[in-house]
Ligand binder design. Structure first.
Ligand code: ATP
Ligand code: MG
Length: 325
């Protein structure tokens, strides 16, 4: 599989003191939906600007579609749709006039431009607002019009810098759906940054995790899930639970049992995850206990991710991996 984006030893130091991006090697395969994950200030936006040739690297290089990126490589930019974090819009423009303007900038002929604008406005659910001033739009509506704008040139690659930022759960869900559709149905490559692990996990095929300018993980979503899989399970049970805790403790691969206010948190040796779950269920059935809820760690995935970042800070990521292996 060919890489659409490839960075080599990419580094950016601001004012000779802030190392925003530190020796980054990153590869984005064709047709992937690549999630670029990292906390605030990690270096996501800086990396994106370097990829687009908007700022100059202090060291290292970027290749897009196999060719080196230079400042203002306009031929490369034509093949990319870019959604900045807080997109600005000229005054007094409506979705129709704005998209028409952007379409003209790209030199798209009128007979292609007009139907495409209509289709885009529909696909981002802005038909009722198509003639309203963008200036008055809500955050979610702005994200949607900006998303439409970055699709106007039918780009092969979309680079979206935190498209879900500031959106409510409904706005986030519809943005995520749109990105997934673009990636899956239209075969585009999507590079999307976020600090929300749950969003990335839901729709990405590949993930890069950046922390303090360093790439600490680059791989598939399945790999990252295995890596940060929390080995804890939370159960809420009802019935005669007196001896249940000690019975759990007696199961060979359970390493810890903790009684919380409304649940029991069980830590399991990851190598024996499935067998151990089966053992737990057997006890539930034998004791005639009712399982009220079962949480296989999805809520704690966020915590696990933060732990991983912490761990990286103090020991380096490789040690974290070997400890979990
Ligand atoms: N133009 C600049 N001049 C000086 N320092 C900068 C500049 N742009 C970014 N930085 C610094 O570089 C680091 C990385 O910033 P960047 O904007 O890339 O992070 P980010 O991962 O996009 O964060 P966020 O999630 O908050 O958007 C930060 O410490 C930031 O203060
Ligand atoms: Mg940013």
């Amino acid at each position: 599989m060919q890489s659409v984006i490839e960075t080599q030893s990419l580094t950016k130091i601001f004012n000779q003191k802030t190392i925003a991006v530190n020796d980054l090697y990153l590869t984005v395969p064709e047709n992937s939906i690549y999630g670029f994950l990292g906390p605030n200030g990690a270096g996501k936006t800086t990396t994106i600007k370097l990829m687009l040739g908007l700022i100059r690297p202090s060291a290292g290089s970027v290749r897009m579609f196999g060719a080196p990126v230079r400042m203002d490589s306009s031929d490369v930019r034509r093949r990319i749709g870019y959604l900045p974090t807080q997109p600005g819009f000229p005054d007094a423009m409506t979705p129709i006039t704005y998209l028409d303007f952007i379409g003209k900038v790209f030199g798209i002929p009128r007979q292609v431009r007009i139907p495409r604008i209509t289709e885009l406005i529909r696909s981002v659910d802005l038909l009722p607002l198509s003639s309203s001033e963008i200036k008055r739009f809500s955050t979610g509506e702005i994200t949607r019009i900006a998303m439409a704008a970055c699709l106007i040139n039918d780009p092969e690659l979309l680079i979206l810098d935190e498209p879900t930022l500031g959106l409510d759960p409904i706005g986030r869900a519809s943005t995520v759906k749109l990105i997934t559709e673009l990636g899956n149905r239209e075969g585009k490559t999507v590079f999307v940054s976020s600090h929300i692990l749950a969003d990335i996990e839901r729709f990405c095929t590949h993930v890069g995790i950046i922390n303090s300018g360093k790439l600490i993980f680059n791989g598939t979503v399945t790999e990252v899930k295995k890596l940060i899989r929390t080995n804890t399970v939370e159960l809420q049970v009802e019935g005669k639970t007196e001896s249940f805790l000690s019975e759990l403790e007696a199961i060979p691969h359970i390493t810890n049992v903790q009684s919380l206010r409304h649940a029991i948190r069980i830590s399991i040796d990851p190598q024996y995850h499935s067998e151990t779950l089966l053992d737990i269920f057997k006890i539930l059935i034998e004791r005639n206990l009712e399982l009220v809820s079962l949480n296989l760690g999805s809520e704690t995935l966020e915590e696990a991710f933060l732990d991983l970042l912490e761990e990286e800070k103090s020991h380096g990521f490789l040690r974290a991996i070997s400890r979990r292996a």
